[in-house]
Design a protein around this ligand. Structure first.
Ligand code: UDP
Ligand code: MG
Length: 140
């Protein structure tokens, strides 16, 4: 499998509970490398753009509110098959359905406050990384 890059967000429910280190430890245990990382506060417009694919869904308003409720940590992760590898360690969107040991099973509060985001495909990873990082901020 090829070396890929994926985009990750440690969401406000994670930063609020001081879980950024605990989640990074789970990421690094899989072998994925954190090749870019910064703590930012998303604006409403940035959150709406980031989750535009969901803008017709009933949970969209709550989703945007939850993403701007506090700081987030945006990251680029690199490794073999990084997109699937990160989705695997994230666990299911609904933490009640997530496998034990995954980030969401261990740390998420609810479907809405599920601690972290991971890109779902190569194309979305490229778009999401470009939204938050310039080339020279990523150090592989
Ligand atoms: N979400 C929600 N309610 C739902 C489905 C999703 O609040 O019924 C939120 C949740 O925070 C999720 C995000 O919207 O992480 C994006 O949804 P998606 O289906 O893309 O899940 P993910 O890719 O994050 O697993
Ligand atoms: Mg998604």
């Amino acid at each position: 499998m090829a070396i890929e890059r994926t985009f990750s967000i440690l969401k406000p429910d994670a930063t609020r509970r001081n879980l950024t280190g605990a989640i990074n430890a789970l990421i690094e245990k899989t072998g994925l490398r954190i090749v870019a990382q910064k703590r930012v506060r998303m604006t409403r417009a940035q959150a709406e753009t980031f989750y535009a694919v969901h803008n017709a869904r009933p949970f969209f308003g709550e989703l945007v509110e939850s993403m701007i409720a506090g700081p987030v940590v945006v990251q680029v992760l690199e490794g073999e098959g990084a997109i699937k590898a990160y989705r695997d360690v994230l666990g299911a969107t609904d933490p009640k359905k997530a496998e034990p040991g995954t980030i969401r099973a261990e740390h998420a509060i609810s479907v809405g406050e599920n601690s972290a985001h991971g890109s779902d495909a190569v194309e979305t990873a490229q778009v999401e990384i470009a939204q938050w990082f310039s080339g020279n901020e990523i150090v592989g």
